[in-house]
Write a protein that binds this ligand. Structure first.
Ligand SMILES: Nc1ncnc2c1ncn2[C@@H]1O[C@H](COP(=O)(O)OP(=O)(O)OP(=O)(O)O)[C@@H](O)[C@H]1O
Ligand SMILES: [Mg+2]
Length: 350
């Protein structure tokens, strides 16, 4: 089985509105962790609900493993799809203890159920909590129970809709990496929804960017960050500087002087420069700039720079081997080749 899940031209129209999901095609390999990332209202939850069977597609086709679960002539209800779901609000049963919550979707003898509950309690590190009630647990513990409950029936695919958004920052990072390890350990195929770019970049095997119901790009975190297909995607995943330039093949003339390009281009372009690609120092080489502001993050610093032309501002990110202050006169140059977008279409390949 090449893919755990295939969705083709998935489209959902709610009455009289613009499509919430518009012609989305996805492929998910066994054991893969795919993230749907995009702004609020973009159609991420609707996509998950279509995959789970809580909505019927207006158009398109969904195949899970070898089974077509939705198309023009088929519709398999959610309980038959072998899909587990974890939601933002955990939705634990409040009057049932932890073990009871995990056992909820299980069939078989009570002995088999008990064995499976024990296995999952161990997996999520909650063996001591089997008899606690949900209200006696912290947010992170509740989230792990919700994960155990979703994994208990051994689903083919796990869908997670912003499962960490109710947790505070520190706990969120912890639960997030716990969940990732548990999924790796169990080899579970997962589709995860978030609008947090850092979360998506750090956890995913692949990321699907969704804007206004449409797929803008599907790529590995590395490729997405370094080669976004258009300026909108570039801005959405991390800080991006844009600088107008005149391209001549593999180089371009810009306010940072002559810079190297990733792809050959000619004519007017917009360079996309990530903050860490800028080398900032007190050298003779490079363009002159002034530090406008500085934010210190312990292991790196973020700098706002004004080039000497007085109109260009850039964001740079440097290590902490050297300290910069507001008002410092610095040199700035490009340490890596720049990605060039066509000025008109704002795409890499025009
Ligand atoms: N049941 C529904 N009836 C009508 N419109 C809906 C329904 N569910 C979602 N929508 C609309 O579909 C669009 C996509 O919504 P969806 O919940 O999928 O977005 P999302 O990407 O999950 O956003 P968020 O990040 O805020 O959770 C929105 O415009 C929303 O208002
Ligand atoms: Mg949503």
């Amino acid at each position: 089985m090449e893919y755990s899940l295939q969705a083709d031209h998935l489209t959902k129209l709610f009455n009289g509105q613009l499509p919430a999901v518009n012609d989305i095609t996805l492929r998910v390999r066994p054991g893969e962790f795919l993230t749907l990332l995009g702004p609020s209202g973009g159609g991420k939850t609707t996509t998950l609900r279509l995959l789970a069977g809580f909505e019927t597609p207006t158009k398109g086709r969904i195949q899970i493993g070898d089974h077509i679960v939705a198309d023009d002539s088929h519709f398999m209800p959610p309980e038959k799809r072998k899909i587990g779901m974890v939601f933002q609000d955990y939705a634990l049963f409040p009057h049932v203890d932890v073990a009871g919550n995990i056992a909820f979707g299980l069939r078989g003898s009570s002995k088999d159920k008990a064995r499976q509950v024990k296995r999952l309690l161990t997996l999520v590190g909650l063996t001591q909590f089997a008899e606690r009630m949900p209200y006696e647990l912290s947010g992170g513990q509740q989230q792990r129970v919700a994960l155990a409950r979703a994994l208990a029936p051994n689903p083919d695919i796990l869908l997670l809709d912003e499962p960490f958004s109710n947790l505070d920052t520190g706990l969120r990072a912890q639960v997030r990496s716990d969940v990732r390890h548990i999924l790796l350990e169990t080899g579970t195929t997962a589709i995860f929804v978030t609008h947090d770019q850092q979360e998506a970049l750090s956890l995913s095997d692949e990321i699907a960017i969704i804007f206004d119901g449409k797929l803008a790009q599907v790529a590995t975190p590395h490729a997405l960050y370094n080669r976004p297909v258009n300026m909108q995607v570039a801005k959405f995943v991390g800080d991006a500087n844009f600088l107008p330039a005149e391209a001549h093949g593999m180089t371009a003339d810009s306010r940072l002087g002559e810079v190297k390009l990733f792809h050959p281009k000619s004519g007017r372009v917009q360079l996309m420069i990530r903050p860490e690609a800028l080398a900032v120092g007190f050298d003779e080489e490079g363009s002159r700039a002034t530090v406008l502001w500085r934010e210190f993050y312990g292991h790196y610093q973020r700098l706002g720079l004004a080039l000497a032309d007085g109109t260009t501002e850039l964001i740079a990110r440097t290590g902490v081997d050297r300290y910069f202050q507001r008002g410092d006169a610095v040199s700035v140059s490009l340490a890596l080749p720049a990605l060039a977008y066509d000025s008109e279409s704002q795409h890499v390949l025009s």
